[in-house]
Design a protein around this ligand. Structure first.
Ligand SMILES: Nc1ncnc2c1ncn2[C@@H]1O[C@H](COP(=O)(O)OP(=O)(O)O)[C@@H](O)[C@H]1O
Ligand SMILES: [Mg+2]
Length: 510
């Protein structure tokens, strides 16, 4: 007999429905799995047979062929165990075939017939709905994730036998309902109110958040760079529902969603260690997983102690920073992961950390060649993609010892959100949402610099010998500063502040 049902796998951050066809016929007993299965799916064969046996169902030895279609899609999900088991049981006439047409099955089976959660259930559920499937059967641990999608019935399974009883009508299951954990409240533990002084750095981060600009902070050890960066996500606008779904999809695929957790509602903040490999950074591997740049999508990627990262690791960041997505080539497919984030970098000015900051009370002991070697790692092209470069000075004792709370993140975020609203109105239709994402042509069209502002820009160019790239960066940042001020036109003070923010931070790169 022949039976057909549906399972799913993931490709990049999207789900793909896999048709599972099972044929059982007379002939030499055997079990053949065809249709480009990955190693993890090949093992499925053993798990499925044993799980069925241990669920108390005895099947005659016959010739079994399982085909996974479309053939060209590489299947690497253990979640195909369940649809294969269900298809097999239907082909043996243990289950009615009609029940399978509108259903999607996604769970790994353990040898004793229990259902185990798999990663990527959210994108699978989205794909199922697009295909017109109306019933989703997943492991209980994955139910909350599948429930994020409207218009489908979700069944939370504990075991294969539970599913068999449901499909045969012996003991029907009740569709799952969203748990209490469905949407977590926003609660930032780190707040800008804890940071004393550092007004210029805070202002720079506010501008960065408002325009989506990348930032580099250079300063002596202990000046609060790490502290400042960690508070960046607390001043970014709340995720839109669409963004939240996209972020949740990424974390679902990476297997990083907390059990029972619903939609991710906080902007991601990723801070990979400087020993992170190239693959950890941009994604990849034999079963391609999103890297840090993708896990930071719609949020912040923080590289602390920037010069400690290897040159090759920093080089691979260029594509994701430029294109806002990463492409990973594999034998059977080219995968694309989104990577639209704000890059925040922090570093000391030199190996000992005290170069160029007399107020710290330390004197720098590094030789000029040591300093050059230290800063040379960061190539011009990487630094060119960072719109804002600032120096974070040593904090004064009076400021540190002050008991007065600084401005809280919520107040800063309110200004950021106002500016973003103005930006998205201006950029509507262009497919981008903030000033940093504008290309040169858009910049020319949407951000004219005239009058006094133009004169000031010209003057700065002659005096500071700026490059064409810095020209674009200065105008973009000036546009954001004007948006924060609610001004329709870029004025001279906005240009002046933008020039300061790309200021000389002591690195010999333009
Ligand atoms: N502006 C500040 N306000 C309050 N505390 C600060 C400030 N700057 C530094 N600190 C304190 O000093 C510690 C070290 O700061 P950190 O952010 O690690 O510095 P850096 O990364 O620049 O070396 C922080 O954990 C914090 O306790
Ligand atoms: Mg630090």
């Amino acid at each position: 007999m022949f039976a057909k049902t549906q399972g799913a796998t993931t490709l990049g951050i999207d789900g793909r429905i896999i048709d599972v066809e099972v044929d059982v016929s007379n002939g030499l007993p055997g079990f053949e799995l065809v249709g480009l299965p990955d190693a993890s799916v090949k093992e499925s064969k053993e798990r499925v047979r044993t799980a069925i046996k241990n669920s108390g169902i005895a099947l005659r030895q016959e010739r079994v062929t399982v085909n996974l279609a479309p053939a060209e899609v590489r299947k690497d999900s253990a979640g195909l165990d369940l649809p294969i088991a269900v298809g097999l049981l239907a082909a043996y006439a243990v289950l009615p075939t009609e029940a399978l047409a509108k259903a999607l099955f996604a769970a790994e089976l353990s040898l004793d017939g229990k259902c185990r959660p798999v990663s990527g259930v959210l994108p699978m559920a989205i794909a199922a709905r697009e295909r017109g499937l109306t019933e989703l059967f997943v492991a209980a641990e994955n139910a909350d994730e599948a429930l994020l999608i409207d218009g489908v019935k979700v069944y939370a399974l504990h075991s294969l036998s539970e599913l068999v009883h449901h499909l045969t009508g012996e003991a029907a299951l009740v569709p799952a309902v969203p748990g209490q954990a469905a949407e977590r409240a926003e609660a930032f533990s780190d707040d800008f109110a804890d940071v004393q002084g550092q007004f210029q750095a805070k202002r720079a981060l506010e501008i960065a958040a408002a325009g989506g600009h990348n930032v580099l902070m250079v300063g002596v050890p202990g000046s609060g760079k790490t502290m400042l960066a960690r508070r960046m996500s607390s001043i970014l606008p709340a995720l839109t529902r669409e963004e939240a779904l996209e972020v949740t999809k990424i974390y679902s695929i990476a297997g990083l969603l907390p059990p029972g957790g619903g939609l991710v509602t906080e902007r991601p903040f990723r801070s990979p260690h400087h020993t992170a490999s190239q693959t950890a950074m941009i994604g990849g591997g034999s079963v391609p997983r999103p890297g840090e740049v993708t896990l930071a999508h719609h949020g912040v990627l923080f590289l602390d102690e920037l010069p400690e990262f290897s040159k090759t690791t920093l080089e691979v960041l260029r594509q994701p920073l430029e294109d806002r997505r990463v492409t990973i080539s594999r034998v059977h497919a080219t995968l694309t992961f989104p990577s639209s984030m704000i890059l925040v970098c922090a570093m000391n000015p030199c190996p000992c950390g005290y170069h160029g900051d007399a107020t710290s009370g330390h004197t720098c002991e590094c030789s000029p060649s040591e300093i050059r070697r230290y800063t040379q790692k960061m190539s011009g092209p990487l630094l060119d993609r960072i719109d804002i470069h600032i120096r974070v000075p040593h904090v004064k004792y009076q400021e540190l010892s002050s008991r007065k709370k600084a401005e809280p993140s919520a107040a800063i975020r309110a200004r950021v959100e106002k500016a973003r609203a103005i930006e998205s109105k201006r950029l509507a239709g262009a497919g981008i949402f903030c000033n940093a994402q504008m290309n040169h042509a858009m910049l020319m069209e949407l951000c004219p610099v005239e009058g006094e502002a133009k004169t000031m820009l010209e003057l700065a160019f002659q005096r500071l010998h700026l490059s064409a790239r810095s020209y674009d960066r200065i105008i973009k940042v000036a546009r954001t500063i004007a948006d924060l001020a609610g001004e329709a036109h870029i004025g001279a003070p906005h240009i002046a502040e933008a020039i300061q923010l790309r200021g000389d931070v002591g690195l010999n790169v333009e």
